[in-house]
Write a protein that binds this ligand. Structure first.
Ligand SMILES: *Cc1c(COP(=O)(O)O)cnc(C)c1O
Length: 443
């Protein structure tokens, strides 16, 4: 092999690939990570020895050092954006209880088998029971891949070839070009738009009802508000107007709050929306609920059953790990998103002062500044959360993102801000470590 260099200096002799792969520690890594990733690390190390950058006796240690931590390339990131539910950062961080439940369900599991009888059982029943206990106004529940999937299923099952009545002001784009009306129309449902951009009344809805109406859909505008001369129809008035017509009232509340939240007074929740008269409510699992990516559908038993029986449901249903994480989020301790939401200003300032103290002690220009946070993921757009940031020179932003433990903050007015509103207290030390690591490279 060309690896085997004839050289008088044994430190320049490139170890053979098979020899390195046979080293016990490297072999163990191969069992864990697979041959391809380990071989790639071996070849990178051989290249460094060939170029004289590394000595041959250091090869094994260098290979172990060059290995990725896992066979997957997604990495844990410290969220210092101030946005609690950041779609680009995977939205809700899961609770340790949910992570454990995923690990338990990851292998072979009784997701669809009744272990008492040995026969097939209802899929994911425990997660559905947990949802129904959390939202007692619902008769039945269903879980699909995300809230967009829930909308697609509802539009298909109730609106295909028929009309969905929806207010003009609710034909929204959620983000990254995802437009609710495009999704609805792609199912073959026709949209019957009512009202104007800023105003819609119950009368507008009533006048739009025809024998072709499949459902009335109310979509929470999520990421924007209309101010000034505005009017909209509430769930209660709409439910009253639809009584006796047989037309179901479906509400997409988006954020996934189970109950009204005192800190987010304008954010709709599943229980109140159903109690006010909606026949079905839809929400995401990975926004304010703080769970895995999922689309929750709750409400009238006959409608939920219609959705479950629709052939499209089979294409949208969730896997065992999602069901496990959802159940643990609902039944287990408070998920991280709820903890982040509950953080108070004094506590945030104290944490920031501790971090900034460590950094200034090491000669870093770090200051504590108030900086608002946001719920994110389309939740509570008009509700800035109090927040506190550690402010650093702007040049920190990029190296922090590229570090061993990536930190994502933002640059504002020439300073890098690391906002603690979106960071769990347990991660404060890791955040300071990451900043110090960058600073050390510069000195
Ligand atoms: C976020 C959101 C969606 C999309 O939810 P996903 O779970 O990302 O598919 C749909 N409707 C509303 C109102 C939302 O806020």
């Amino acid at each position: 092999m060309s690896d085997q260099r004839s050289s008088d200096d044994p430190r320049r002799a490139v170890p053979r690939t098979d020899a390195l792969l046979a080293e016990p520690a490297v072999h163990a890594a191969e069992q864990r990570l697979g041959r391809d990733l380990v071989k790639a690390a071996v070849q990178r190390v051989q290249g460094r020895i060939r170029s004289g950058e590394l000595a041959a006796p250091d090869a094994v240690a260098a290979v172990l050092d060059a290995l990725p931590p896992t066979a997957g390339s997604l990495r844990p990131v410290l969220n210092a954006t101030g946005v609690l539910v950041h779609t680009n950062l995977g939205r809700a961080p899961l609770s340790p209880a949910a992570v454990e439940a995923i690990a338990a369900a990851a292998g072979t599991t009784d997701v669809e088998l009744d272990l008492r009888t040995g026969r097939r059982g209802p899929r994911g029943e425990a997660a559905l029971d947990a949802l129904l206990e959390a939202v007692p106004a619902a008769e039945a529940a269903l879980v699909v891949n995300n809230c967009a999937a829930a909308l697609a299923l509802v539009a298909t099952a109730l609106g295909q070839g028929r009309e969905l009545v929806i207010a003009r002001g609710e034909l929204v784009e959620i983000g990254d070009g995802f437009r609710i009306p495009d999704l609805l129309e792609s199912t073959g449902a026709r949209l019957r738009e009512v009202g104007t951009t800023n105003r819609v009344t119950v009368e507008d809805y009533r006048a739009a009802l025809t024998p072709e109406t499949g459902a009335v859909l109310k979509v929470h505008p999520s990421n924007f508000v209309v101010r000034g001369f505005t009017r909209s129809a509430g769930i209660g008035e709409l439910a009253a107007a639809l009584a006796g017509t047989g037309v179901p009232l479906v509400a997409d509340v988006g954020s996934g709050l189970l109950r009204a939240h005192p800190l987010l007074p304008d954010e709709p929740d599943l229980q109140s929306t159903l109690a006010a008269g909606a026949d079905l409510v839809l929400a995401s699992g990975d926004k304010l609920l703080g769970g895995p990516q999922a689309g929750l559908v709750l409400g009238r038993a006959d409608l939920v059953q219609r959705l479950r029986r629709h052939p499209l449901y089979r294409a949208l249903r969730v896997d065992k790990t999602t069901l496990a994480a959802l159940e643990a989020t609902l039944r287990g301790p408070q998920p991280p998103v709820q903890q982040l939401l509950a953080a108070d200003l004094a506590g945030l300032r104290a944490r920031a002062a501790t971090i900034a103290g460590r950094l200034t002690g090491a000669g870093v220009d770090a200051r504590v500044v108030d900086a608002p946070g946001r719920v994110g993921g389309g939740g509570a757009p008009e509700h800035p959360l109090t927040g506190v940031a550690v402010s650093l020179p702007a040049a920190f932003a990029e190296p922090l993102r590229l570090g061993a433990r990536p930190v994502v903050g933002y640059v504002e007015d020439g300073r890098t801000l690391l906002n603690l509103r979106s960071l769990l207290t347990d991660d404060d030390a890791a955040l300071a470590d990451a900043v110090l690591e960058v600073a050390e490279k510069w000195t």
